[in-house]
Design a protein around this ligand. Structure first.
Ligand SMILES: Nc1nc2c(ncn2[C@@H]2O[C@H](COP(=O)(O)OP(=O)(O)OP(=O)(O)O)[C@@H](O)[C@H]2O)c(=O)[nH]1
Ligand SMILES: [Mg+2]
Length: 195
């Protein structure tokens, strides 16, 4: 879709996982590639936003753009990643996915993208009663608010959503298997994942 930039959030430390989650594999595919493939179904331009220790590794494994969280907000979590890509890109919307949802599918991105609507600041998956702030679209007009939160060291995605006009997309809008929203935190959570 024109007017939308894709973002793979991959700047976490994977402390609980023990090795970089972006490079864990499901059925032979790196986790980050699963997110890239899902985004590719809806956007032309994709950024992987990570931290200095992983940039070289990403560049060896992908032709996508790889950038680092803006230095002044580094370590402040996904909000810093979103901020960085909004600064780098020009589109009205950015479509965010985390690098640790290996069951994510392109169809989810396609269906969610249909809910992009100028009336809202953010359009976020909230299937089965669980808000997924890292599976959704953020309008550029949220940039100033994001910056304000980062400056105040309030890094919670919830703080941003509380200050935005959000369209929560649920199973009543489109049905999806619960599994697609599973995010991996520990190495032994699921049997089919290879670290
Ligand atoms: N760009 C960016 N992404 C982040 C940052 N912190 C977390 N993420 C990403 O946000 C998603 C969810 O984060 P977590 O589940 O906490 O992953 P994590 O921080 O790597 O793992 P832990 O160290 O165990 O908390 C993952 O895709 C992370 O890579 C950050 O500071 N910058
Ligand atoms: Mg974390």
């Amino acid at each position: 879709m024109k007017g939308m930039t894709g973002v793979v959030l991959a700047g976490g430390q994977s402390r609980r996982f023990g090795s970089p989650k972006a490079f864990a594999k499901l059925n032979g595919t790196y986790f980050f590639e699963i997110a890239v493939e899902a985004l590719r179904a809806v956007v032309e331009d994709i950024y992987i936003v990570s931290h200095p220790s992983l940039v070289d590794c990403f560049r060896q494994h992908t032709a996508e753009k790889v950038i680092m969280d803006e230095e002044r907000y580094r370590g402040q979590g996904p909000l810093a990643g979103i901020y960085t890509v909004m600064k780098e890109s020009r589109t009205e919307w950015i479509f965010v996915l985390p690098c640790d949802m290996p069951y994510m599918r392109p169809e989810v991105a396609v269906k969610l993208a249909q809910y992009a609507n100028e009336k809202f600041d953010a359009v976020i998956c909230a299937h089965f009663g669980r808000i997924q702030p890292l599976v959704g679209m953020y309008h550029r007009r949220t940039f100033a608010q994001i910056e304000k939160l980062l400056q105040a060291k309030d890094n919670r995605m919830k703080s941003l959503l509380d200050r935005c006009h959000v369209r929560y997309v649920t199973e009543q809008d489109f049905w999806e298997d619960e599994i697609v929203f599973r995010n991996v935190n520990m190495p032994n959570e699921y049997g089919d994942i290879v670290t």
